[in-house]
Design a protein. Structure first.
Lengths: 466, 344
C-alpha cells in the first residue's frame, strides 16, 4: 500500500520550557569536589557523603557497557549534576513559585491530585518543590515525603534500606547516581494498610545540559498495598541531558505494589535509569511501563522473587521514533519456591527509530515449582526503523515451567483490508490496530492515565502512517 | 580461558551468554597425521580434492580458525556437479586429534545429500571448519553426527544463492565440551534454510550452540528447530539469531527451542535473538524449558516401563519430528541407536 511520508511533527505537548532560573547550578563535570559540594549544598549527614564518595570511586573504576546503544554522545564534562531551583519544598501549590507551578499545571499534576491521587510529589530539576499526602493516610502511619527529608527525618529507616536493593557497584550509571543523587521520593506503607488511591511522583527537568538523579525508595510492609505512579518529562534542548535515577522497592510478606511509569522525556535525553524490587513471601509486584520519550533509553526494571510464592507481572510498551534508540525490557530472578512471573512487552518503531527488547529470566536451583511466561512483540511501521529482541533465559533447575515467545513484523495487510472494507481510511485503520497493539498496557493503567497514554500514542502516530 | 563463539550481538555481560569460555588446556597443541578417513560417495558425480582454501566470515574464534586453516590434518573439497542418488558419507571417527577443513559446493540445479560422522571414544580433539556453498536452484540435505568424549569445536558457514535450499541437521551426543558455530548467509532470493538440532547432555557435558542466519534475499526463509535434554550436571547454551536485513522483503524466519531437564543439577540457557531492519517480514521465536510431565511418566511406568525406559520413550517422541524428516534411513537408525545407547 502507498505510504504518505510526512516529516516528524512537533507535537510534543511536554516541550515547553521556562527560563533557566536557578538558585544554584553546580559546575559541569564530575569530581570529588563536585560531589562534596552537592553534599554541602544539601546539608546532609556525613554517612550520606561517605556513600557518595564510595560511589564516585566505583564510577571511576567501572567500565562503560560493551553492549546496548552507543553512549558516545554522553560526556559528563558537559553535564551539570545538580541544579537547585528557586523554590523550596511546599505542601500548598499556591506557595510554589509561579513559573514552576505553571509547569506542573500544564502537566495536569494539581488537577490529578484533586481528583484521584492520595498524594503527590513534584520534582523540578534536582529538588522536590512540592510534596503532599492526604491527612487520613498520615494518621494511618503512611510516610510519603521527598527523599532528602526522609534522610533527615527517618535516618534509621533510610539507612536500613538505602543501597540494599540496588547496590552501588551494580553498574557504572548506578554508581554515578549514588555519587550525585538528589531529590526523589520516600514511601513507607505500614503493615496492613491498603491505599485505595495511588501516590504519584512527577519529575521535571527544565535546565539544559544538566542531569536528574532522583532516588525513589518504597517500603510496602507486610499485608499492605500501594499503587505508585511515576511520571517524567523535559523540554527539548540541542545538547544532551541525562537522567540516571534509581528506584528501590521492598515489598514484604503478603504485600502488593503496582508501579506504573509513563515516561516522556524529551528527545535529547539519555535515560539510564535503574529500577529493582525485592519481594518477600507471597508478595506481588506489577510493573506497568510506557516509554515514549528520550533520545536513548536503557531501562530494565527488575523483580527479585526472593520469598516463596512471590510473583510479578510486567506489562510494557515502548514507542521509538526518529532519532530514538529505546533499549528496554525486564529482568526477573526466581529465588524462592513456587514463584511466578508473567512478562508482556510490546514495542513499536517508526521514522527510523530503534526499539530493542532486552531481558533476563533467571530461575535459580532452589526456585522449584516456579513458572514463567514471556511474550514480546515488535511492530515496525516503516522500512527505515529497526526492531530487535534479545532475551536471555537461564533455567537452573528442572522443576519449572518456562516459556518464551516473540513476534516481529508489520501491521497485517489483511487486518487493514478488513477495517477499510468496513469504511475506515487506511490511516485510521492502521492507527486503530496500533492502539489495539498497545491496549494491554493502557488497560492496566487508571483510566485517566490510560487516556493520557492513548493521547501520546495518537501524537506519536500523527504523520507517520498512512 | 579463551572466549569463543561470540553472539551476533552482545547483551549484558553479567548474563554470561555473550561467549563461551573455553579452557585453553583443551586446545590441542600438536596435530598428528590422521590415521583413518572414510569417504563413500558417487565419485562420478563430484569433483574431490584434498585441499580446501576458504575464509569464514564468523569463525568460532580467530585463533582456532587459524589453527585449523593452517595446520589442518584433514582438507577436503567436494564440488557436486550431478545429482546424488545416495548420500556422500564422510567418517572421521578413527582418529585421535583432528583439525579439519571441509568445503562442499553444490552446483546449479543439483541436489545432494551428505552425512559427516564423528563417533568415537578415542578422539580427544576436534577443531572443524566447514563451508557449504549452494548455487542457484540447488539443494543439499546434510547431517553432522557428533558422539565423542572430545573437545568438539565446529564452525560451519553456508552461502545460499537464489532458490537454493538446505536441510541442515546436527546431532550432539558428546560428553565433554561441544561448541557449534553456524553462520548461514541467505543472499539469494527465495533461498531456504532449515536447521534442526538434537542434543543429549550427560555427566558434565557443556554444549554451546550459536546459530546465526542473515536474510538478505527477498522471500528468504530460515527456520531453526532445536530440541534436547540435559541429564546429570550437563549445561547447554542455545544462542540463535535470525537477522532480517534491509531489503529481504516477504522473508520469513522462525526459531524454536525446547529443552527438557532430566536432573536437578542440569542447566539450560537460551538466547533466541530476532534482529530486524526490514518492515515487510514475519519473524517469530519461542523457547520452553521444563521437565518431563509427571502424568506421562506415571502412565508409562504403570504399564511396566522403568524410569529410564519411560524417559527415553518420551524424549524419542519429542525428537521424532526431526528424526522422521531425515533424508536417509541408515541415518535415522544411527540416531535412534545412539539415543538408546545413551540411556543404557
Amino acid at each position: 500500500m502507498a505510504k504518505t511520508k510526512l516529516e516528524e511533527l512537533n507535537t510534543n505537548i511536554y516541550d515547553f520550557k521556562n527560563a533557566d532560573n536557578y538558585d544554584y547550578k553546580i559546575k559541569k563535570g564530575l569530581s570529588k569536589e563536585i560531589v562534596e559540594e552537592i553534599s554541602k549544598q544539601k546539608n546532609e549527614p556525613s554517612w550520606v557523603l561517605d556513600i557518595r564518595l564510595k560511589a564516585l570511586d566505583a564510577y571511576n573504576k567501572l567500565t562503560m557497557p560493551t553492549w546496548g546503544p552507543n553512549l558516545d554522545e554522553l560526556n559528563m564534562d558537559d553535564i551539570a549534576t545538580y541544579v537547585k531551583p528557586k523554590a523550596k519544598i511546599e505542601s500548598n501549590w499556591n506557595d510554589v513559585p509561579e513559573d514552576i507551578k505553571n509547569t506542573f499545571d500544564k502537566l495536569g499534576i494539581p488537577k490529578a491530585e484533586r481528583e484521584y491521587l492520595a498524594g503527590v510529589g513534584a520534582q523540578y530539576d534536582s529538588e522536590v518543590v512540592y510534596h503532599s499526602i492526604k491527612d487520613e493516610l498520615k494518621k494511618q502511619g503512611v510516610i510519603y515525603t521527598d527523599f532528602d527529608s526522609a534522610i533527615k527525618e527517618y535516618p534509621d529507616l533510610v539507612k536500613e534500606y538505602f543501597t540494599k536493593c540496588v547496590p552501588i557497584f551494580e553498574h557504572k550509571f548506578i554508581a554515578l547516581h549514588y555519587a550525585v543523587f538528589s531529590g526523589g521520593s520516600f514511601v513507607y506503607v505500614p503493615k496492613g494498610v491498603k491505599l485505595e488511591m495511588p501516590l504519584q511522583s512527577y519529575f521535571r527537568l527544565n535546565s539544559p545540559e544538566s542531569g536528574q538523579f532522583e532516588h525513589t525508595l518504597i517500603i510496602v510492609d507486610e499485608g499492605a498495598s500501594l499503587h505508585f505512579i511515576e511520571g517524567c518529562s523535559a523540554p527539548k534542548y540541542n545538547k544532551v541531558n541525562l537522567h540516571a535515577g534509581c528506584v528501590e522497592l521492598f515489598v514484604k510478606d503478603n504485600a502488593y505494589l503496582r508501579y506504573s511509569t509513563i515516561e516522556n522525556w524529551s528527545k535529547n535525553m539519555m535515560n539510564l535509569n535503574t529500577k529493582k524490587a525485592i519481594l518477600e513471601t507471597n508478595a506481588k509486584v506489577d510493573w506497568i511501563s510506557g516509554s515514549f520519550g528520550s533520545h536513548i533509553s536503557m531501562l530494565y526494571p527488575m523483580s527479585i522473587l526472593k520469598g516463596n510464592n512471590s510473583s510479578t507481572e510486567y506489562t510494557g510498551i515502548s514507542f521509538a521514533g526518529k532519532n530514538q534508540n529505546l533499549d528496554t525490557g525486564f529482568k526477573v530472578v526466581h529465588i524462592g519456591k513456587n514463584t511466578s512471573s508473567v512478562v508482556s512487552s510490546r514495542s513499536i518503531s517508526k521514522n527510523g527509530g530503534i526499539a530493542t527488547y532486552r531481558s533476563l529470566v533467571r530461575i535459580l536451583p532452589n526456585a522449584t515449582n516456579s513458572k514463567c511466561s514471556v511474550s514480546c512483540d515488535g511492530l515496525m511501521l516503516d522500512d527505515i526503523s529497526r526492531s530487535d529482541t534479545i532475551p536471555v533465559n537461564d533455567v537452573q533447575n528442572n522443576q519449572v515451567s518456562f516459556s518464551h515467545e516473540a513476534k516481529i513484523g508489520k501491521i497485517s495487510e489483511k487486518s487493514i483490508f478488513y477495517l477499510m472494507s468496513r469504511g475506515l481510511s487506511e490511516e485510521d485503520a492502521k492507527a486503530l490496530i496500533v492502539r489495539g497493539f498497545a491496549s494491554p498496557v493502557s488497560k492496566q493503567l487508571p483510566i485517566e492515565y490510560a487516556v493520557e497514554m492513548n493521547r501520546l500514542i495518537n501524537l506519536e502516530l500523527e504523520g507517520c502512517i498512512g | 580461558m579463551i572466549k569463543i563463539n561470540n553472539t551476533a550481538i552482545r547483551t549484558c555481560n553479567n548474563y554470561s551468554v555473550n561467549d563461551f569460555e573455553l579452557d585453553e588446556n583443551l586446545v590441542a597443541t600438536t596435530l598428528p597425521d590422521i590415521t583413518s578417513l572414510s569417504i563413500v560417495g558417487e565419485r562420478d558425480n563430484m569433483k574431490l580434492e584434498s585441499f580446501a582454501n576458504f575464509e569464514l566470515k564468523h569463525p568460532i574464534n580467530y585463533v582456532l580458525d587459524k589453527q585449523a586453516k593452517e595446520k589442518g590434518n584433514v582438507n577436503l573439497f567436494f564440488e557436486i556437479n550431478k545429482n546424488l542418488t545416495t548420500p556422500l558419507f564422510i567418517d572421521l571417527s578413527k582418529n585421535e586429534k583432528l583439525a579439519s577443513n571441509l568445503q562442499i559446493d553444490v552446483l546449479e540445479n543439483i541436489s545432494a545429500q551428505a552425512i559427516i560422522k564423528l563417533q568415537s571414544k578415542t578422539i580427544s580433539y576436534n577443531n572443524s571448519r566447514v563451508q557449504i556453498n549452494l548455487k542457484k536452484n540447488s539443494q543439499l540435505d546434510i547431517a553432522f553426527v557428533y558422539d565423542t568424549n572430545a573437545c568438539n569445536l565446529v564452525s560451519i558457514e553456508g552461502n545460499f544463492d537464489e532458490n537454493s535450499k538446505i536441510n541442515f541437521n546436527l546431532f550432539d551426543f558428546c560428553n565433554n565440551v561441544s561448541v557449534y558455530n553456524l553462520y548461514f548467509n541467505l543472499f539469494g532470493d527465495n533461498a531456504t534454510s532449515s536447521i534442526k538440532t538434537i542434543y543429549l547432555g550427560k555427566n558434565n557435558a557443556k554444549i554451546d550452540i550459536n546459530y546465526l542466519n542473515e536474510l538478505y534475499g527477498k522471500k528468504t526463509d530460515a527456520k531453526i528447530e532445536v530440541v534436547g535434554a540435559l541429564n546429570d550436571s550437563s549445561e547447554k547454551n542455545f544462542k540463535g539469531t535470525i537477522d532480517f536485513k534491509k531489503g529481504c522483503k516477504k522473508a520469513y524466519g522462525s526459531e524454536t527451542e525446547f529443552c527438557t531437564l532430566l536432573s536437578t543439577d542440569a542447566k539450560s540457557k537460551a538466547l533466541p535473538i530476532l534482529l530486524c531492519t526490514e518492515e515487510d517480514v514475519d519473524g517469530k521465536h519461542s523457547t520452553a524449558t521444563g521437565q518431563i510431565d509427571d502424568k506421562q511418566m506415571f502412565y508409562l511406568m504403570s504399564r511396566g516401563l522403568n524410569k529410564k525406559e519411560a524417559q527415553k520413550l518420551i524424549l524419542k517422541a519429542k525428537f521424532n519430528t526431526i528424526i522422521n524428516d531425515l533424508f536417509d534411513d541408515s541415518l535415522k537408525n544411527l540416531i535412534l541407536d545412539t539415543i538408546d545407547r545413551k540411556f543404557e
